[in-house]
Design a protein. Structure first.
Length: 499
């Protein structure tokens, strides 16, 4: 029996955390078991945690979210502590050695630690000032804020046998959501290992919505920041699920079993081509997080028309690739964003090929003197279209080659499925050639390194024209017309269909 007090308590507890668990009730037990198994097997940190040298951080936030107290106890004395953002020096206050309560001086944005090292650190952070400097808060209600750890988290570099445990102590009325790896079963507690770090990492505090939902192969933890206006949380969750499910259409499951999503509503802005999804990116900081900025005025139906979320989720099919081979990560994500939206019936087959053809034309006109590697070196801003579309052309070439020589048994989908089995999620950075060699090792005859040798350093644009013509993608007056009699017409249509 449940009495009124218990119900009131439950309601209060729910109000404090405002967590909604949407799960398939029939399969709850099996799902829970699967999640537990994934947590144990996918996290080598759990196995080594007992032997690891541990630095412990306790972080206290006051009810008004105006200040934060940080106390760190180091497993061994540390010689240097840094924050990722150079702005962090503007928010830190009262830095002390808590062993003897002496003050630690700051000079040129650096902490002057004792020569014998430091075992205990205490400082406060002007959270209000840090939140005001964070552009992500522009349209959010003052009951919830995002402040990147880059702006307040002073920490030592970690070696492989070291970890940091971060525990947040918050008033009942506040929740926290950080884009770090949670410690299973421990509330508001995270474990950081020697892995990729991001200056865009998120720590959210306040009364936002935190929703966990299952899709094939993954639990999505969705943090929905609350804007000043009303937003329809349930419909935003439906949209996030639908776009993440687009990636499931590649090989039947989502590539990362524990993925974070952060939704930041913005007012008075639209993305390129008047898109209601303004901008998105992947944050890799011990976990993988997709952060999406949306027009809070919606309507949410417009979110479905944007390719941005599908593009960002597609990035998770590959590990983090270093910027000198950026055409690989952007190219494969751009290829898949079009393929997957066609498979999800958001694009017709014709529209998907139209998008690809138009993109190849933009890529061809962008910095023709540069090779894909040269464009990556010139960087986003210098050669954006060359980076994105030369990589997309090479993705298409690889996919067609794989399908052609295996009679459709193999494809980019099946190779990426094997990559996920062996190597994802990966919390380190990869060079592009390491990735291409790994992909080649997963198939009988290499496809990827031969394409690399042919195109990566070649100025101009990869030769997709003859390939498009063999696929039956004809273009008249800028309009794609699909030819069913073309030699590779079967491959063309199978690319855009779910396996
Ligand atoms: Zn991208």
């Amino acid at each position: 029996m449940v009495d009124g007090t218990a119900i009131l308590f439950a309601v209060k507890a729910f109000w404090a955390l405002r967590t909604i668990i949407i799960s398939n009730m029939k399969n709850t037990a099996r799902t829970l078991f699967t999640i537990a198994a994934i947590c144990v097997f996918a996290d080598p940190g759990v196995a080594t945690a007992a032997n690891a040298l541990t630095h412990e951080y306790l972080i206290t936030v006051d009810a008004t979210m105006s200040s934060m107290q940080v106390e760190a106890s180091f497993g061994a004395p540390v010689q240097a502590l840094t924050a990722r953002s150079s702005d962090a020096r503007n928010f830190i206050r009262d830095v002390r050695n808590c062993d003897d309560d002496t003050r630690i001086r700051m000079r040129d944005g650096r902490m002057r630690l004792p020569e014998k090292g430091l075992s205990c650190l205490r400082y406060s952070v002007n959270l209000k000032k840090a939140a005001a400097a964070e552009r992500r808060n522009a349209s959010l209600s003052d009951r919830n804020i995002i402040v990147s750890p880059a702006a307040w988290f002073w920490r030592p570099e970690l070696r492989d046998n070291e970890q940091i445990i971060v525990r947040f102590d918050l008033p009942e009325s506040l929740a926290v959501s950080a884009t770090w790896k949670p410690v299973p079963g421990e509330r508001n507690t995270y474990r950081l290992m020697n892995s990729l770090r991001s200056s865009a990492a998120v720590a959210a505090f306040g009364e936002f919505e935190l929703v966990e939902t299952q899709i094939p192969g993954a639990t999505l933890s969705i943090t929905i920041m609350q804007p000043t206006a009303e937003i329809d949380t349930d419909r935003i969750v439906d949209w996030v699920r639908a776009t993440a499910n687009n990636v499931v259409l590649a090989y039947g499951r989502f590539p990362n079993p524990a993925t974070n999503v952060v939704i930041v509503p913005i007012s008075g802005q639209r993305g390129r081509d008047d898109s209601a999804v303004i901008f998105g990116h992947v944050i890799r900081d011990g976990t993988e997080t997709i952060e999406l900025f949306v027009d809070q005025a919606g309507p949410i139906a417009d979110y479905y028309e944007s390719w941005i979320a599908t593009h960002e989720f597609s990035h998770l099919m590959l590990p983090y690739i270093r910027s000198r081979h950026r055409w690989m990560s952007e190219g494969f994500a751009t290829y898949y964003q079009n393929v997957l939206m066609a498979r999800a019936h958001q694009y017709s087959e014709e529209i998907a090929w139209q998008n690809l053809w138009e993109g190849f034309e933009r890529g061809r006109l962008s910095r023709p003197e540069l090779s894909p590697n040269g464009a990556a070196r010139a960087g986003i801003g210098g050669a954006t279209m060359k980076i994105y579309w030369s990589g997309t052309a090479i993705a298409l070439m690889a996919d067609v080659e794989l399908r052609q020589r295996s009679n459709g048994e193999e494809s980019l989908d099946s190779v990426f499925e094997k990559l996920q089995e062996c190597c994802l999620p990966s919390d380190r950075s990869w060079s592009g050639t390491e990735l291409f060699r790994k992909l080649d090792s997963l198939i009988d005859e290499p496809v990827f390194m031969p394409l690399y040798r042919q195109y990566a350093w070649a100025p101009g644009f990869p030769d997709v024209e003859s390939l498009l013509s063999r696929l039956g993608v004809d273009v008249r007056d800028g309009n794609v017309q699909l030819q069913s009699g073309a030699p590779l017409a079967g491959i063309r249509s199978s690319i855009m269909k779910e396996r």
